[in-house]
Design a protein around this ligand. Sequence first.
Ligand SMILES: NC(=O)c1ccc[n+]([C@@H]2O[C@H](COP(=O)([O-])OP(=O)(O)OC[C@H]3O[C@@H](n4cnc5c(N)ncnc54)[C@H](O)[C@@H]3O)[C@@H](O)[C@H]2O)c1
Ligand SMILES: O=CCS(=O)(=O)O
Length: 456
Amino acid sequence: MSQTYTLVNPYNNEQIGEYEYTSWTQIEEKLALLKTGQKVQRKTAAYERANVLAKLAGLLKENAEKMARLITIETGKTISDSRVEMIRAVNATIASSEEARQISGESLDSDAYAPAGGKIGVVCWRPLGTIFCITPFNFPINIAMHKIGPAYAAGNAILFKPGPQNTATSQLLVELCYEAGMPESVLQFCMPPLADLDKLNAHPDVNAINFTGGTAAANAIAAAAGYKKLLLELGGNDPLIIMDDADLEAAATSAINHRFATAGQRCTAAKRLFVHASVYDQFRDILVAKSAALVIGDPMDDNTFVGPVIHMGAAKEIRQRIEGAIEDGATVALGNQYDGAFVHPTILENVRANSEVMIEETFGPVMPLFKFEDVEEIIPVINNTAYGLQAGIFSNNLSVIRYLFEELDVGTLATNEGPGFRTEHFPFGGVKESGVGREGIKYAIREMSYTKTLVI
Ligand SMILES: NC(=O)c1ccc[n+]([C@@H]2O[C@H](COP(=O)([O-])OP(=O)(O)OC[C@H]3O[C@@H](n4cnc5c(N)ncnc54)[C@H](O)[C@@H]3O)[C@@H](O)[C@H]2O)c1
Ligand SMILES: O=CCS(=O)(=O)O
């Protein structure tokens, strides 16, 4: 008897589908097929993979509106955010196509050190085998293409497991990959029940795991996977720093785009704002006025800026985090209002440095403001979190920027931008519990490959 799962639209709770989980027998069959796919990939030239990816980029562009609407129905993400995601996914796929042509190694002379003279080392990159690609709910197509694109470009076979909430969009993506020319022996979709995931992570025919998601799942994967290559893109608690010389209008707009868009459900969202005392009141007033004008409602409406979060449970967790901050002494400048899966954009002031909202990741539209006098004092506050993904700063003071670049535990510091700044070909990833390894197409190709050296 096959197990099934049903999905509802987070905005109106209408059932959007009932699906069957992938059985363990089917998983074994898929992994066996993918092993044959590794041989198919070895016979496929780089230019052929590049052409398939270029064709897939075209198909994603043709189907962008249809996929954007599916993303919105499945996740409650606003249609404008879903359309941006599709643009990014096309770019990630184009970049994967272009990088597929550039996977080249190097040659080394052996006489650099005695006594091994007279040889040349030809260093080549080779695919790891079958990559288990696992994606989160919030960017189901773009994050999938940041895995499938480089994994395929590098010559791997791919077992793709999206979040259950993203079943329809992900199945459509796989169909488009087949239409573009990816063989079924090279790419397989799966949705195993949670109970089968440990043994799938440990499976000997899974050569590497490329995971994006939260810490709890990452810990379970790491515990089960053993000696496998893991590429882990995890949570963030990203700061946005507003200095005394900041363009306050631009900073407030960026803070809103990087915290309240996607209902705050981004790993790189601006989850904590640090505002210089000299501009605090002026910045706060601009921020509150702009935020109060945001349209909250039907995510399918072009005018909506804030839709629901992914489900009622998430909304409850976010509310508990806000109420905890208030119990710690924070005051509410805007929001702290709830309606089903909706969490209204919330701005908190007088937040204690050790309040949970400052230390843990809050995956929703909550913006704690932290006033400071000297930039040195916020380094320990910003670094006092398990995460270290990205950071943003509004300032033109290069010495302050260079100082923060060296002192902050992050993978990227964006200047006069929010921490959510990301372009598909830049290296992406963090330190500490924000993950292991780097995405960004060229970097992800390397993570899903190994060097093989011929000495002649
Ligand atoms: N760093 C990034 O690029 C990035 C991007 C988006 C989201 N995230 C993080 O993801 C989290 C939110 O996304 P989510 O709720 O979908 O995360 P999640 O960890 O609940 O799920 C992510 C994926 O992992 C799967 N999964 C869960 N347990 C697993 C296991 N034991 N083995 C294999 N797969 C397993 C889920 O089914 C889903 O497909 C947040 O922490 C957010 O910061 C990080
Ligand atoms: O959730 C984070 C994904 S991205 O938008 O920063 O790429």
